[in-house]
Design a protein around this ligand. Structure first.
Ligand code: ZN
Length: 265
């Protein structure tokens, strides 16, 4: 990997379309950090869902809207034809509401298999996000975009489980040897950002605004966002923007071209 210059990309993505997304969007805007909001068609929490107008306003504010199925059921538990309907219908319905293409998809509960990935590809999405943590490489399969960190105070065991499930042995060793010393998720995020800043790579924060609200993580998030914001050498992109930059070569790095090769890391 002999790049003449290093590429540093920051993206954030937020799932479930809760009304607290509005507070989150304000915080992201104030820091100049881009974001993708993944929204299921049926309310994740009844009475707390974003209105059609609020979703349109997010787009006007420069954010991306991505698909998150119709019913937010784990796709891997469903028959293939139901999976196909879940991903296709949510794309069509969101596109009708927004009047623009929906390019990114996110798997409910992070559950995916080869059938799921094939459905997402056939529905016409350009990329999809997983819930794999502790990743900072700009090389990943296009339907398994990884994340670096969740805005959530996980226990150490959760990171270890996640790396094992994702067959991320380097991440497992890294966490066990070094990252576990971080005193909080915010400090972990800063440590990983410092690395990406130094070596190049992809820093991707994901989370749920309803969780920020329930656990009152707002000031911690503000601390982390302020830390990663306004760095002249960083590209701040939505999830679709990351995929576009990688596939156009704006940012060096190779995106996997299909679901046939999902295990590359
Ligand atoms: Zn979700």
């Amino acid at each position: 990997m002999a790049h003449s210059h290093k590429t540093i990309v920051v993206s954030t993505s937020w799932d479930d379309g809760d009304r607290s997304d509005l507070r989150l969007a304000e915080m992201l805007s104030a820091n100049g950090v881009a974001g993708t909001f993944y929204i299921p068609i049926e309310p994740f929490r009844a009475g707390r869902e974003l209105s059609a107008q609020q979703i349109t306003d997010l787009v006007s504010g420069g954010f991306e809207i991505g698909g998150h199925t119709v019913s937010h059921r784990s796709l891997t538990a469903l028959p293939p034809e139901v999976q196909a309907r879940e991903v296709t219908d949510c794309k069509r319905i969101l596109e009708d509401r927004l009047g623009s293409e929906v390019q990114s998809f996110c798997y409910p509960n992070g559950r995916l298999n080869q059938t799921t990935v094939r459905c997402v590809a056939q529905a016409g999405y350009q990329n999809a996000r997983s819930t794999r943590l502790l990743r900072t490489s700009l090389q990943f399969p296009r339907f398994e975009m990884p994340t670096t960190l969740q805005a959530y105070p996980h226990r150490g065991s959760a990171y270890l489980r996640n790396t094992v499930k994702g067959k991320n042995l380097a991440g497992l060793a890294d966490y066990a040897l070094r990252l576990r010393h971080a005193r909080s998720w915010v400090e972990l995020g800063k440590t990983l950002f410092d690395r990406v800043l130094q070596d190049g790579g992809f820093w991707h924060l994901y989370g749920h605004s309803w969780e920020l609200q329930d656990l009152d993580l707002w000031s911690q998030l503000e601390d982390l966002l302020a830390y990663v914001a306004r760095r002249p050498e960083v590209l701040y992109l939505t999830n679709a923007g990351v995929y576009r930059a990688l596939s156009l070569g704006t940012a060096p790095g190779a995106v996997g071209v299909g679901y046939e090769n999902p295990a590359r890391s």
